[in-house]
Write a protein that binds this ligand. Structure first.
Ligand code: PGA
Length: 263
């Protein structure tokens, strides 16, 4: 079964509005001569304040090769939740995807598995796609509990979702020790964990759902690593942090994920 690859750029807390416009335009320029049908699903996730500007740049270009994501959301629809953004608000700004459960949100902002689950439900109810992050710390890896930890994160994140909803969702496996460190997880090991995640989905749902859900690798992905990562059986793409902040390196990663057998 062929799954369409996904390359998502997580800009984190970078880029003022004009910088976001320039980067968005730069990425589209780099991808200009590429056949849209062969490209992976290309996603950029600017910070909240740059979403409008980036969306405008995408619309002005009109090439439809790049889509918009937010880096976070709140699960309530509206109300007295100072500082938060609902899924509907993000959809209104042009977002089609929302990253949830990123390790930085879990570590610095107390995001729990239960919150990730509520956010996933709200995102899917609004017709958007959640990009659900999971990953182990170095301590957990050294203690030999990587698989147990990830299986638990995924099981809790997907609680009460239907198989149709799960089939549409995206998971990103991001070992915390590989994020922003330059230490990419070995591709074979990343593929092993991702295949394990797929097996967890199979256990919770069925083979079709497990074969439909796209599962990305994230953690120091670079132009030099993407081809080997994409050559693995279960890695469907990448969630890219640092290397998504320049048009050239992000576009190289996108081009490294062009899939000739996925059209
Ligand atoms: P990195 O970040 O590519 O800079 O390691 C990945 C992420 O946090 O999503």
């Amino acid at each position: 079964m062929s799954r369409k690859p996904v390359i998502a750029g997580n800009w984190k807390m970078h880029n003022l509005q004009q910088e976001a416009i320039d980067l968005t335009n730069g990425i589209m320029q780099e991808l200009k001569s590429e056949d849209k049908a062969l490209l992976p699903e290309v996603i950029i996730a600017p910070t909240f304040t740059s979403l409008y500007a980036a969306n405008k740049a995408l619309k002005d270009c009109g090439c439809g090769k790049v889509r918009l994501a937010a880096q976070n959301c709140y699960y309530e629809t509206k109300g007295a939740f100072t500082g938060e953004c609902s899924v509907e608000m993000l959809k209104d700004t042009g977002c089609e995807y929302i990253i949830i459960g990123h390790s930085e949100r879990r570590q610095y902002f107390g995001e729990t598995d239960e919150m990730v689950n509520k956010k996933a439900k709200s995102i899917l109810n609004n017709g958007l796609v959640p990009i659900i992050c999971c990953g182990e710390s170095l301590e957990q890896r050294e203690a030999g509990i990587t698989d147990y930890h990830i299986a638990s994160q995924i099981t809790k994140a997907l609680r009460d979702l239907t198989k149709e909803e799960v089939s549409k969702s995206i998971i990103a496996y991001e070992p915390i020790w590989a994020i922003g460190t330059g230490k990419t997880c070995d591709s074979v090991e990343a593929n092993r964990v991702i295949a394990m995640i797929r097996n967890v989905v199979k256990g919770l749902y069925d083979t079709d759902t497990a074969n439909s859900i796209r599962i990305l690798y994230g953690g120091s992905v670079k132009p030099a690593t993407i081809k080997e990562q994409m050559a693995q059986s279960d890695i469907d793409g990448a969630l890219v942090g640092g290397a998504s902040l320049t048009a050239d390196s992000f576009a190289q990663i996108v081009k490294g994920a062009i899939c000739n057998s996925c059209v």
